[in-house]
Write a protein that binds this ligand. Structure first.
Ligand code: HEM
Ligand code: HEM
Length: 221
């Protein structure tokens, strides 16, 4: 009979949970509408059908929601609790963080049977989140650079001048398209890991991203 967790602790504050679910919703919308932008389909069967125009419009609305949510989460990493803080995302920068990473990696590689108890973020997950954040930046920069071409000389177009100097439009479009599949790869791994940790750690992992609370056997420090 496993020991029952005794301590309930508030980990994910409201802005962390809001940003998580706004990102999820906007990414699903961006991925579906983006897929159709990349492989257009004539829904109405006539030349005057505007379905693809609406899909692009929805892509841009979701893109703004996504950008605001990502920027808000970055700001919250400077003012939120220690579990939300930016330091959590660089476990490899400290000796104790590296030790936790090695333990978690050993578990993932089937070298250790016992899952290390993590309370805030899993250190391997935060390392993946840093890579994901890099992808978010790339998607926003290429996305807004492509978008701003519809208003040459405007504020957005001028602000992204460096992007046009460094990359061709087709290069940006290809990178933007590839980003969809990298993010899809992350999601498969992320949802699998969340379910795995929920089952193995008995800490309410999945409900924590809805409620904010996690449970543990040892008293939280
Ligand atoms: C997770 C985020 C996103 C995903 C998965 C995504 C996905 C895609 C995909 C697959 C395409 C089609 C590319 C092609 O093959 O031509 C596309 C097009 C586009 N996306 Fe995104 N996108 C995302 C975020 C954004 C953002 C933040 C913007 C900013 C406005 C944006 C603006 C655009 C624009 C302007 C196009 C080209 C539309 C056109 O040529 O008609 N996207 N997106
Ligand atoms: C588009 C899909 C998703 C993306 C891009 C995504 C991304 C992320 C990110 C970046 C975090 C870190 C949160 C932060 O500190 O701000 C996170 C946490 C979390 N996500 Fe997701 N998520 C997605 C879908 C889901 C789904 C469907 C579930 C539920 C099965 C889920 C469960 C969790 C849990 C439990 C955490 C907190 C655990 C931890 O980070 O150690 N996510 N997710």
């Amino acid at each position: 009979m496993p020991k029952q967790p005794k301590y309930k602790h508030y980990i994910w504050e409201l802005p962390v949970r809001y940003c998580h679910w706004i990102n999820v919703l906007s990414i699903v919308i961006l991925a579906v509408t983006g897929f159709f932008i990349g492989s257009p389909y004539n829904f109405g069967g006539s030349a005057s059908d505007f379905s693809m125009g609406w899909l692009r419009f929805v892509h841009f609305v979701a893109a703004y929601a996504f950008a605001v949510s990502v920027v808000s989460r970055v700001i919250w990493s400077l003012i939120g609790n220690k579990y939300a803080g930016w330091r959590e995302f660089f476990p490899f920068a400290t000796a104790s963080g590296r030790e936790k990473m090695v333990k978690m990696l050993r578990y993932y590689m089937f070298l250790d049977k016992k899952v290390p108890e993590t309370f805030g973020h899993n250190p391997m997950a935060t390392t993946a989140y840093v890579a994901l954040f890099g992808l978010y930046m790339m998607m926003m920069l290429t996305g807004f650079a492509l978008y701003a071409q519809f208003a040459p000389g405007g504020f957005m177009h001028k602000s992204l001048g460096l992007m046009y100097m460094m990359f061709s439009s087709q290069g940006m479009r290809l990178a933007h398209h590839l980003g969809l599949w990298f993010i899809a790869g992350f999601i498969i791994n992320h949802v699998y890991s969340a379910i795995l940790m929920d089952i193995k750690e008995h800490d309410g992992e999945i409900s924590s991203i809805f409620s904010g609370f996690k449970y543990r056997i040892k008293k939280p420090e």
